[in-house]
Design a protein. Structure first.
Length: 183
């Protein structure tokens, strides 16, 4: 049996997977101040199921089917391929445990359209810088900066109709699809 200390006040994300030496499940402990979100923006895991258990506070998850509110003592499950993003929706710190299986699931998808074949979910590849790879045709696409302010601080989110969008953290511009560099 392995033990692990977690929840230190200066850590918003504690990756317990390695500390606990889990073989089949990824385990993360989050402590998020009001208004902060879980890392990653709107995304889906093609090969991993995720469960979030709220220990304290209130989380709000945005999905393509609409918002999901999860309070302390409640849990939510996201199936492989289901797009979601979450944040602290309360006025107190959010404490949540995230479980993902299988442990080594690393096929993360973003709701971006392939410029070559039109597929609507690209695989995120972070080796050597962020790149989007189309699982259908294999085309590689590089994220482009915000067309309005040239910022690189873009994030996937949902709009009021729960459709995926890309939002610029600097100027607030919104785009129906991810700006991609053309070569």
């Amino acid at each position: 049996m392995n033990g692990a200390a977690f929840g230190e006040a200066d850590e918003s994300v504690v990756r317990l997977t390695d500390r606990l030496a889990t073989e089949h499940v990824a385990v993360n402990w989050y402590t998020l101040p009001p208004g902060d979100g879980f890392p990653g923006g709107l995304h889906a895991h093609a090969d991993q199921e995720e469960v979030f258990v709220v220990v304290a506070g209130v989380a709000r998850f945005e999905t393509l089917d609409g918002p999901v509110r999860v309070a302390a003592g409640e849990a939510v499950r996201f199936a492989p391929g289901e797009f979601q993003t979450g944040e602290n929706a309360g006025d107190t710190p959010l404490v949540a445990l995230a479980l993902g299986a299988p442990r080594d699931g690393d096929d993360v998808r973003v709701p971006a359209t392939c410029l070559d074949c039109g597929a609507n979910a690209l695989r995120l590849d972070t080796a050597g810088g962020p790149t989007f790879v189309c699982p259908d045709c294999g085309a590689e696409h590089t994220p482009a900066p915000c067309p309005d302010c040239a910022s690189d601080r873009l994030a996937f989110a949902t709009d009021a109709a729960h459709d995926p969008i890309v939002e610029c953290d600097d100027c607030g511009s919104r785009f129906a699809d991810a700006p991609l560099a053309t070569e």
